[in-house]
Design a binder for this molecule. Structure first.
Ligand code: BEZ
Length: 251
């Protein structure tokens, strides 16, 4: 990617469910005062700030300059670092590495696991949740059908949704013991009548970047109509999310 894929304002205004759901994951992290914690894929930093509130020293890391800028402006007291999840290192190790709704963007999962494991102290926790195998199956099908029908071909692959059986061995390979792993459906309510269209505009733009703006809007409108049958339920749009959630420990 040469340009930044994120519209950090649309993300905050219409997709706050990303960090709202992440609060659940904070219970599993259970941050303690004085701990040093790394938040990988911190986005606009709202969960990072909640971890800081527990008294931990937290560093937020994200590859998007727009996200880091927004996070830093909102939380000037917290350290945010722009870096790629597949290529980072810190001089001082962490008590925990946390990641919410980010690692499915990292196609080179093994490189990210290697960096995250290296960043942990022995005994350090790894607590993550992201899209898991089967995530947004209906949305992807509709978007692919739309671009094919508009004679634009299939779009590039920019997300990876692992199963437990695919991700856990990577963690073990890099010295982590997997203590808990879940793959579960979490249909996620989208805001308003344009909920799905806004989701597509927020997250589908990068997947359709080879299209002209006009063609992309047509593809989104067509996908939106296809999705109405399956993802518009009792007057509300839902994204067909499936989550992979893992808690592990560095040996
Ligand atoms: C997700 O959180 O599952 C997700 C978000 C944006 C694009 C793809 C998946």
């Amino acid at each position: 990617m040469t340009h930044d894929k994120w519209n950090s304002s649309l993300y905050d205004q219409k997709h706050s469910f990303v960090y709202e759901y992440g609060k659940d994951l904070l219970g599993l992290l259970n941050p303690q005062p004085g701990e040093r914690i790394l938040d990988v894929g911190c986005g606009t930093g709202h969960l990072t700030a909640q971890i800081a509130e527990a008294g931990a020293t937290i560093i937020g890391l994200d590859s998007s300059a727009a996200m880091i800028e927004k996070a830093q402006a909102a939380y000037p007291q917290i350290e945010f670092v722009q870096a790629d999840a597949t290529n980072f290192s810190f001089a001082e190790p962490f008590d925990a590495v946390f990641s919410n709704a980010a690692l499915h963007w990292v196609l080179q999962a093994e490189a990210a696991v290697k960096c995250m494991s290296q960043a942990l102290k022995p005994g350090g926790r790894f607590v993550m949740e992201c899209g898991g195998k089967g995530n947004i199956k209906n949305i992807l099908t509709a978007l692919n059908q739309a671009t094919v029908e508009l004679e634009q071909g299939e779009m590039e692959r920019i997300w990876v949704f692992h199963s437990i059986g695919e991700y856990a061995p990577l963690l073990e390979k890099y010295g982590l013991e997997v203590n808990q792993a879940f793959l579960f459906d979490r249909p996620t309510k989208l805001e308003g009548e344009d909920g799905m269209l806004n989701w597509l505009r927020m997250f589908g733009t990068v997947r359709t970047q080879k299209l002209s703006d006009e063609m992309r809007e047509q593809a989104f409108a067509l996908a939106n109509e296809k999705l109405r049958e399956v993802q518009y339920i009792d007057g509300h749009w839902y994204a067909d999310y499936r989550r992979l959630r893992i808690v592990a420990r560095k040996l």
